[in-house]
Design a protein around this ligand. Structure first.
Ligand code: DAH
Length: 481
């Protein structure tokens, strides 16, 4: 199991779809679940012992993309009654539109392109382990539902498509939920690709969840006819010293639940799987080069766009931490990219999770801080331990209301983010009950307001809470208690 402290960057859809198939209600955190999930002080729970710096390990592979597209993204988005303009392009709104100004503002930040930002530092370190890969890191976050879902073989009723999980500009246009959305496009251009980008998912609020985070995608394709020999030669020529120091546990099996694709020769598929795991073992070894006895394990997984599929986990401070998802690419994707004679692997990983661990950053909101005490701490190409600055006191407020039948916690969290911005540190469901006679359902949420960089006053928070109470009634049509 992945550590419950972290958002499952690559598996949440697998687990959610299972829940949905089982007919479970939308995910609501109960007080009990929360108690298990969120440490009282994330700062304490996450403070890693890791600290190292090295420049020799790094080199930045050239990143592709157009400077024009980045400049267009830096222009503030605009929302009118009928349209949304992002990255210099205008889209019509419709009944599916659920993207908010707060979220759209994040598209201008492009943290992975700021060389002194921890997200960019990790990005460059990973890219340096794939030196001859073409690296795209300037794609607009606005994609079509075809690119994000259909092209990747997502079922029509896949829960990832739900408006409660995904930000839509309109029915057909959305903010990408993963970097895999660009796989087809870039596979047309190259057989060795990396994509780094900001990705967007509607979610709960706490120290490890934020509706925007960053992913890195990688893929490598081989000639299907010569893959076995080509890969044998590649691995023989590669560095075995680097992987020697990893203890790897691999109990994965090709089974009917995690099958070989019918169109693939078994030997070629196994060779691709070997090369995938070999390449990712090298990558993680380099990232954690300070950790003498790195323990890695491979487990079976499920993704719509790979088969077989796996996840890599590392043992970190006594807990297994999910690092990435990967697998043998669905042949349909390669065929649609105009490469029917190829076979290949792909992976996707969340950069925040690695940066939290490697830099010892206690709260995911810090990545978005504009405070110099955060931004000026880091240097390009160096991993160094985050020096915490004073934590300001929290201000806690509760809100209770009767829900409506279509109530979803993510809609409530969205309103909290809209009204309070990053001052909302944590939202927890602390009580819920169903009235025995009326069958009306009531919830009570506790909101922990705290700024990363200043003291918040009670008067200010009262105003925010009052605004929240009004917005909750207006937008969700619920009845306050
Ligand atoms: N896109 C997946 C996610 O965000 C991660 C992933 C899994 C990417 C497997 C891949 C892959 O390329 O092969 O959950």
């Amino acid at each position: 199991m992945a550590s419950p402290l972290f958002r499952s960057a690559s598996t949440q859809w697998a687990s959610r779809s299972a829940a949905t198939r089982a007919g479970l209600a939308p995910r609501i955190r109960t007080a009990m679940a929360t108690a298990r999930k969120i440490p009282a002080s994330p700062a304490l729970a996450w403070r890693p012992v890791l600290c190292y710096s090295s420049t020799s390990l790094f080199h930045t592979s050239a990143s592709r993309g157009s400077a024009d597209s980045v400049n267009a993204l830096k222009t503030p988005p605009q929302i009118t009654a009928e349209t949304i303009t992002v990255g210099g392009k205008t889209y019509n709104k419709d009944s599916t539109t659920n993207v908010t100004p707060t979220i759209l503002e994040k598209t201008t930040r492009q943290l992975h392109l700021i060389p002194t930002h921890p997200i960019a530092i990790i990005k460059n370190l990973i890219a340096s382990t794939f030196p001859d890969f073409k690296h795209y890191d300037q794609f607009s976050p606005v994609v079509t539902t075809k690119e994000n879902f259909d092209d990747l073989c997502f079922a029509a009723d896949h829960p990832g498509r739900a408006v409660t999980d995904t930000y839509y500009l309109n029915e057909k246009i959305m903010l990408r939920t993963h970097t895999s959305a660009h796989q087809l496009q870039v596979m047309k251009e190259s057989d060795k690709i990396l994509v780094t980008a900001d990705v967007y998912r509607r979610d709960e609020i706490d120290a490890s969840h934020y509706p925007v985070f960053h992913q890195m995608e990688g893929a490598q394709l081989f000639d299907a006819k010569t893959a076995v020999e080509d890969i044998r030669n590649l691995i023989a020529a590669g560095s075995s010293a680097a992987t020697a120091a990893i203890t790897t546990e691999d109990t994965t099996q090709i089974t009917p639940e995690n099958p070989k694709q019918e169109c693939h020769e078994e030997a070629a598929m196994l060779a691709v799987a070997d090369h995938l795991k070999y390449s990712l073992n090298l990558m993680i070894r380099k990232l954690f080069s300070h950790e003498k006895d790195l323990q890695v394990r491979w487990i079976d997984a499920t993704f719509p766009f790979t088969s077989p599929s796996w996840e890599m986990e590392i043992l970190y401070q006594g807990k297994w931490l999910e690092v990435l998802g990967c697998g043998v690419s669905r042949q349909d994707i390669l065929n649609n990219a105009g490469k029917p004679g190829k076979i290949g692997w792909a992976f996707g990983l969340g950069l925040e999770r690695l940066a939290l661990v490697l830099f010892g950053i206690p709260d995911i909101r810090l990545f978005w801080s504009q405070d110099d005490r955060f931004l000026k701490q880091f240097e390009p190409s160096k991993i160094q331990k985050f020096k915490s600055f004073s934590k300001y006191p929290p201000c806690i407020k509760d809100i209770a209301f009767w829900t409506t039948p279509n109530f979803h916690e993510n809609n409530f969290c969205e309103i909290v983010r809209d009204v309070a911005g990053d001052i909302a540190e944590d939202v927890q469901l602390i009580d819920e009950f169903t009235h025995p006679k009326t069958k009306k359902h009531s919830v009570c949420y506790r909101i922990n307001y705290r700024s990363m960089d200043r003291n918040v006053t009670n008067i200010e928070i009262n105003e925010i809470q009052e605004k929240l109470r009004q917005e909750v009634v207006d937008r969700m049509k619920v009845e306050l208690r």
